[in-house]
Design a protein around this ligand. Structure first.
Ligand SMILES: [Zn+2]
Length: 146
């Protein structure tokens, strides 16, 4: 596998920190948004790459609230200390997949006006899960310090 381009990010208070190892340079990462009501209310933008790698460190596990909605097949990791959610995860057949909230990357600029909006919310669950296996970050590790 080629070399990675590591991007750092966190929630606002730093309880959740991560390194995203992207197989493509930061200028080329794929960014999208979703037109579901949750994502519209959050104003979230997303990125993922199946060959990407996500390494997460959570200081205080007790401050994490996992929010599920719609098909209930993915979890939103919300830091309850600061209210920011850095990513979604989805556990499929024992493997953890993730999609990152681009707004939580540090020192990362992008043009919000040109980001495409996807309508995925009406897809059947099997189709959504298959898409996650194809498109979400396929190498995810989360460590808890407390
Ligand atoms: Zn936080």
């Amino acid at each position: 596998m080629g070399h990675f381009h590591t991007l750092k990010g966190s929630c606002h208070c730093g309880n959740v920190r991560y390194d995203y190892d992207s197989p493509v340079p930061s200028a080329d990462i794929n960014i999208r948004r979703c037109d579901c009501t949750f994502c519209q209310k959050q104003g979230a933008f997303y990125t993922s790459h199946p060959d990407g790698r996500l390494r997460v460190t959570v200081k205080d596990q007790g401050m994490i609230r996992k929010y599920r909605f719609a098909s209930l097949t993915s979890e939103t990791w919300v830091c309850t200390k600061c209210g920011v959610f850095p990513f979604f995860t989805c556990d499929l057949e024992g493997r953890l997949y993730a999609v990152l909230n681009v707004n939580t990357l540090d020192d990362f600029q992008f043009n919000r006006m040109t980001v495409p909006t996807l309508s995925l919310g009406d897809d059947p669950v099997e189709k959504r899960l298959a898409r996650r296996v194809r498109a979400w970050i396929g190498d995810v590790r989360i460590e808890f310090e407390n």
